[in-house]
Write a new protein. Sequence first.
Length: 342
Amino acid sequence: MFTDEAALEERLATPSPALVTDLGRLEGDLLVLGAGGKMGPSLCRLARRALDAAGRTDVTVYAVSRWSDKAAADELEAAGVRTVAFDLMDPAADLAELPDAGNVVFMVGAKFGSAGAPSLAWAVNAAMPDRVARRWSGARIAAFSTGNVYPLVPLSSGGCTETDPVGPVGEYAMSCLGRERIFGHAALTLGTRVANIRLNYAVDLRYGVLADIAYRVQAGEPVDVTTGHANVVWQGYANEVALRSLLHATDGEPFTLNLTGPETASVRRIAQWFGEEFDREPVLAGTEAPTALLSDASRCHALFGYPDVALRTLVEWQADWLRRGLPLSGKPTKFQVRDGRF
């Protein structure tokens, strides 16, 4: 359990021996683009600690963002991460001003509001990757994507695998598939080594599917179970896999990986668990649809091991977090959306 945000950040920034070993093999510096988002700061701290543990103090970790939150940038600097204030969306911005690096983690993305501003989603999610791939064509690039590139599938399917046909629903999902295709084109034509990471719902207690459900149960608000199942994964594991995937990045055909937990989590069951934690009956609304957005992450688990924090433990942590009155991000996942309009 965690008594404050500092304790949570400490846990998120603690590398596994496997991560230390893998990052010890990196060639060149590490550049994280879009490092100011929900996952970026913890990924940067995790990378820095793993590199230090591997004796790789020669590798610089650069964290690129607008850094409108100066305190967040200062905290990263104190952790040994070099922050770079840069607006990647500025049409006059010259990517040549950013550091060279042998390894790039691409975390830039536009999701919420994309239904009302689809052109922005395409500019960020599909056009920007072309500029990035050309600027760092000789690097290994791990690009965060999403399981939304898949269609809704029957619950009995176990989720889509990396070789199943994609079927994005809505502008956001289509633009994310565009990101994958652009990086894939760079792998084919420029020889860029690419890993496309299809993440389904990271959990870090301040946000995520579990935080969304727990908040509503604690507040006595209805939990919609129409989208009755989802995949979730501990953010610490998600960041580790993203970093380790750099060594699996390939040219020609990009390395593609579903990144999520092993469970097909029932929204109803999770709400009931939170009801037990908060000693109140959850208010449920709707009826479970026969399909959901689900990914089969067997390949991920075979390569990198199972997540180190199980679903039931995450539920217990989440309930304790809210009982302590610790903060939420105020950014719902909107995992219930079925028409692709975010």
